[in-house]
Unconditional design. Sequence first.
Length: 334
Amino acid sequence: MHRCKSLFWRYADMALSILIVTILVVVGAYMAYENRGLPEMKSRVILPVVLGIIGAFFTVLYSLKSEKVELQFNSTVYFHRSDLLVLDEHDKRSALYGGEQFGPSLRSYVAGCVERDERFHQSKSDKRGEEAGQLYCDMVLLKLIDRFFWAYADWWDVRITSQRLGDGVMSIVSPVRPDPDSASLAWERFVTESLDKDRFSSLLIGLPKQHWPEKMTVPPKTKGRVVVSPYDRRLVLTNPFVEVSITIRPKGGAIGVGDFAWLLGYDKKKSEEFWSELFDVSCNADFRKMRYGHPEMPRYRRWVETMFEEVQYQVGDTERIQRARDYRDLTRGV
């Protein structure tokens, strides 16, 4: 009831204006109809009214704008060239390279996938590395989906703030405007209905059920799906206000752990035990032009901006390097 009252008062001026205009139009149309025999009716009344309506239509139409939000950055996964397991499994000093690449449950799941899948036991190392690159492309997107189901468990219009806590990072999710105007993507339904029968869907379904999140709270009428191709993985969220896509695309790789070698104290030989698999991450939002001036549009912009910031914070190389440097400075007392 309180929400209904607040909405009424928020749009009271607009509603009153529309009501007055509607009454005037109806009364004017009635008077014009009753006096349709007057010779000056067409030139002095009907024509100006029609021209006014057309002018108002085009004024509103040209005030609508196409709006897009785009974000693109690199994300790198480091894994051992021998057992194909991520750096987290070989070096527990995760603070020195900006935090865990994957949480314990995902790391355990990756290890099981590598052990069970015969494609990772081929004799040709280049083929093994190629298959591992595809697996970790899947895992980067899986990590983001898992993160979204955690961060948006209760609300969709939120702020996510992360801060250092000792040698780790703590994230706090707080609602901007908590209200029941939302929908939910249930994890089990999401993994069974939104995917084609491919390896990525098998990865989602095969994730142990004790690790399944419950749901992700999203704006009303939002639908989610994952699109998988040989070249990329894409999460798509659509609703009447905006279409959001987050795409993970392999870009190749190189031997070594790059800038993290000096942070971890690795010499050349140690660094070259690992492979760096590079991915391009593209975040795109295309807002519906016909909803540009809608009173709720700022919430959807905030939803998109917060989500994209979280994606970059979780898997972006620049952010990871900065966290590693912050930790180095902290331990040195700078």
